[in-house]
Design a protein around this ligand. Structure first.
Ligand code: HEC
Ligand code: HEC
Ligand code: HEC
Length: 262
């Protein structure tokens, strides 16, 4: 009796081991999934803001669904060339086509492929998109699945005046996307707004990324530089009062002629 039970147990174990890899690959699709808390349960107001941001929403949805990009973020990628990701420790991760994962060339047993599609329906849903900007682990800002705030001019999103850890190829596009913050900080008519705001603190504390202080920090806070981006890229309504110029004094019949000079 005992023996039959044991045999059955071993048989099941062997069967289990044999079947496991397939089962895992069917259900996990060779991806590591990052958390599945429904943010919208408590932040439904934010969800509707995100969903109504149109073009910006569509672009970030595409970025969140790009597993090359999410893996790059999770590894602390600093450069990408289509087939390999170099991380902040200078390890080179190559795409392993048979495993469908990125493999560490310094330690081949290490393989990853990170997806934010936690409900595995093949697309990024409104609530899954939150993780692109708020998941602490994805940005190497802690091993817990905490939420953090990362803003537009984060080093590995759209960059900032420091221009570090920023790979133009990662989004399959040109540097305007990953270096928007850097470009804005250079000779540009709107440079002053951005630099001025970059010297002020937002209310969000910085989270170190893989032990590094982000380039858009202002002391221990995220700088307000991203407000400049939001100014043009969202539908925020700004109240501006333009003071009228001082009126010209017509009482003197022979006033000194001057133009544009103090
Ligand atoms: C159980 C309710 C609840 C859930 C679920 C929840 N949050 Fe929150 N969250 C809160 C509360 C409460 C605050 C504090 C609000 C405040 O200070 O105005 C907060 C604050 C935040 C902040 C601001 C942090 C800061 O530094 O000011 C962010 C970002 C955030 N949540 C993102 C998320 C994301 C992303 C998710 C999904 C992974 C999530 N939250 C899920 C309740 C929740
Ligand atoms: C494209 C990046 C991005 C995405 C996607 C995103 N957020 Fe945010 N989130 C931000 C930024 C940037 C801020 C800081 C906003 C500010 O200060 O104007 C923020 C702030 C917040 C805050 C704090 C608001 C406060 O009053 O302090 C909460 C809560 C939050 N987000 C929740 C969410 C949730 C929930 C989702 C998904 C539905 C989401 N976010 C998607 C970038 C993002
Ligand atoms: C003065 C307004 C303004 C400010 C400030 C601004 N942008 Fe833009 N941005 C634009 C306009 C207009 C375009 C479209 C330009 C074009 O199509 O050539 C654009 C395009 C972009 C693009 C798409 C680039 C491309 O080539 O497709 C990104 C990404 C972007 N901005 C990010 C940012 C970020 C990040 C910031 C803040 C660091 C920022 N922008 C600040 C007005 C602005």
């Amino acid at each position: 009796m005992m023996n039959r039970k044991l045999l059955l147990y071993f048989a099941l174990m062997v069967f289990g081991l044999y079947v496991m890899p397939n089962t895992v690959s069917i259900f996990a699709g060779q991806h590591t999934f990052y958390s599945s808390i429904s943010c919208e349960k408590c932040h439904s107001d934010v969800l509707s803001q995100v969903e109504h941001s149109g073009y910006v929403y569509e672009k970030h949805k595409a970025a969140a669904g790009n597993t090359n990009y999410t893996t790059y973020l999770s590894l602390g990628g600093i450069s990408y060339n289509g087939n390999s990701i170099t991380d902040y420790n200078n390890n080179v991760w190559n795409w392993n086509a048979s495993e469908q994962k990125w493999q560490n060339s310094s330690n081949p047993a290490e393989m990853v492929n990170v997806s934010l599609d936690t409900n595995r329906n093949g697309q990024i849903d409104s609530s899954e998109i939150c993780m692109l900007c708020h998941n602490a682990t994805l940005f190497g800002a802690g091993t817990h699945t905490g939420a953090t705030v990362r803003v537009c001019d984060d080093d590995r999103c759209h960059g900032n005046r420091i221009y570090a850890d920023n790979s133009p190829e990662i989004l399959g596009s040109y540097s305007n996307i990953t270096a928007a913050g850097y470009n804005l900080s250079q000779s540009n008519v709107h440079q002053a707004f951005y630099l001025q705001a970059s010297n002020l603190s937002s209310s969000y504390g910085i989270s170190e990324t893989f032990g590094r202080i982000p380039g858009n920090a202002n002391g221990s806070f995220i700088s307000r530089g991203y407000w400049a981006c939001e100014g043009c890229h969202t539908d925020i309504i700004v109240n501006i009062t333009i003071p009228p110029p001082p009126s010209y004094n017509h009482s003197a019949s022979n006033p000194e002629k001057k133009r544009y000079l103090p």
